[in-house]
Design a binder for this molecule. Structure first.
Ligand SMILES: [Zn+2]
Length: 257
């Protein structure tokens, strides 16, 4: 039976969505990813990961899928024509509306499954705002922790596979091989940042950046050795790790006394 919210009828919401339900809101982006990838990368990865997650762990953790939010806060790519983005205030307002809507059901858990690293800070803010405004328990997970937020990135990228790099390109090659043009990619790593002790991706000092601050083409990483086989491995490992996280989210309690 479907675990996609939009497949249920109005009366079924009252019957099937109970207090153990965990709603998952996949969040993508429609933004430039360099010449080798389409704008849809983050949307596709968030959407496919969330669907695989609910297919595999929906019954065991009582997961319910919300429609994928395709457009999000991508203003680091505002310079690139065709990138669609919400401002921070719009995005926060949209998330608050989603929270309000979810809170009309019997469910009390909402998970943001975020495919676009540029959303992370705002989503953490939204988690607290929605907790306060609508009383939901709120959570933020990522298919892949972005390299600029402490995620891993291969040696050749010096830890800077931030956007359109090795991992992201590999996963996308697995999901949509026909949309990848790897022959148009080259290594694009801002090597000089690696010399900094603190001011670097994942360093103690963070910094505001736009995706064309490093290179005109706007991708950051080394996608040249990406493969679909590695993408498949990464994707499956990600779904499994998220499955573990969902099990813990499903039984999460603040332990308030
Ligand atoms: Zn991306």
């Amino acid at each position: 039976m479907s675990r996609r919210l939009e497949d249920l009828s109005g009366p079924e919401i009252g019957e099937r969505i109970t207090e153990t339900a965990v709603f998952i809101q996949p969040i993508g982006a429609v933004e430039q990813h360099g010449p080798h990838l389409p704008l849809s990368v983050d949307h596709v990865i968030a959407h496919e990961t969330a669907n695989a997650l609910v297919d595999a762990y929906g019954e065991s953790s009582d997961l319910w899928l919300l429609p994928t939010m395709s457009v999000s806060k991508s203003n680091e790519h505002a310079w690139s024509p065709g990138t669609l983005w919400y401002s921070a205030t719009t995005m926060l307002a949209v998330l608050d509306d989603i929270g309000r809507s979810v809170a009309t059901t019997a469910a009390n858990r909402l998970v943001f499954l975020n495919g676009h690293g540029g959303n992370s800070s705002l989503l953490n803010v939204a988690c607290r705002e929605i907790r306060l405004s609508h009383g939901l328990k709120t959570f933020l997970v990522h298919p892949f922790v972005p390299a600029d937020q402490g995620g891993v990135s291969p040696e050749t990228e010096l830890g800077m596979g931030v956007h359109g790099g090795h991992h992201e390109t590999s996963v996308f090659m697995h999901l949509r091989p026909d949309l990848v043009h790897i022959e148009k990619a080259s290594r694009a790593v801002p090597d000089r940042l690696a010399d900094n002790k603190h001011v670097k991706f994942g360093g103690l000092t963070s910094f505001g950046w736009l995706s064309n601050d490093f290179f005109d083409h706007g991708y950051i990483g080394d996608p040249t050795a990406a493969t679909a086989a590695e993408g498949k491995r990464l994707f499956e490992a990600s779904v499994e790790l998220l499955g573990e996280q969902m099990a813990e989210i499903a039984r999460f309690d603040f332990g308030h006394r």
